[in-house]
Write a protein that binds this ligand. Structure first.
Ligand code: GRF
Length: 224
């Protein structure tokens, strides 16, 4: 582990594919961050196995005895982590914990927040009939999925989509924007100003898209 890289603590309860994306990013010596510690509230979380396979420290924190977040906070600080990344961590963080790591704790959520916060975001998007869905990396504040947005990626919702198909399409972008957001923070390019996250070196309009594409109709295809 290199001392000049930002040390990450990742909190995960489940399968850990976003953790994997961060572990994989850290394999590149030029990536400015590395997973130093993975903590899970579930002893059997595949995320713990992924961490160990990648050579990262991984620990189950037993939620039963109480004081869970005190202990998690202590482990994070003990590991010298500069940024905490929640990645499918299925517990609501208490306000004291959020304040302890204010401005240094991120989450990834499978919707274009502020739409569809909370559980089953992809199912809610399919049921609502939206044409565009996506994912969000945000700083955590004291609400549920309400913190300042760092990055978002949008994907189309296709006519035949069920929850599973949409989740898969969104997940591929989760795996791109989480390591990207961490990179930007590690490079010191991200500044929080109230609810806004300012990112140095970004600009331009980017690419908009119409969903669904309506090829052949005026205004429906590619922009002029
Ligand atoms: C992801 O969809 C993430 O957006 C949400 O929980 C899921 C975790 O998946 N917060 P994984 O454990 O990273 O595979």
């Amino acid at each position: 582990m290199s001392p000049r890289r930002l040390r990450l603590a990742v909190l995960a309860s489940g399968r850990g594919t976003n953790l994997q994306a961060l572990l994989d990013a850290g394999q590149d010596p030029d990536y400015p961050a590395e997973v130093a510690l993975v903590l899970s509230d579930r002893a059997d979380a595949p995320a713990l196995r992924r961490a160990r396979e990648a050579g990262a420290e991984a620990e189950w924190i037993d939620p039963a005895p109480g004081g869970l977040f005190e202990r998690i906070g202590g482990r994070i600080e003990g590991a010298g982590a500069g940024l905490v990344c929640c990645a499918g961590f299925m517990r609501i963080l208490p306000p004291e914990f959020v304040r302890r790591f204010a401005g240094r704790i991120l989450n990834i959520h499978p919707s274009l927040l502020p739409s569809f916060p909370g559980l089953h975001a992809q199912r809610k998007a399919v049921r609502a009939g939206v044409r565009v869905a996506g994912c969000t990396v945000h700083f955590i504040d004291e609400g549920v999925d309400t913190g300042p947005v760092v990055l978002q990626a949008a994907v189309p919702v296709l006519p035949g989509d069920d929850e599973e198909a949409l989740s898969g399409r969104i997940l591929r972008y989760e795996h791109r924007i989480y390591p990207l957001a961490v990179r930007l923070i590690a490079e010191g390019r991200v500044r929080l100003e109230g609810r806004k996250v300012l990112i140095e070196g970004t600009g331009g309009e980017g690419q908009g898209f119409i969903s669904p594409p309506l090829a052949g109709l005026p205004g429906g295809g590619e922009g002029r």
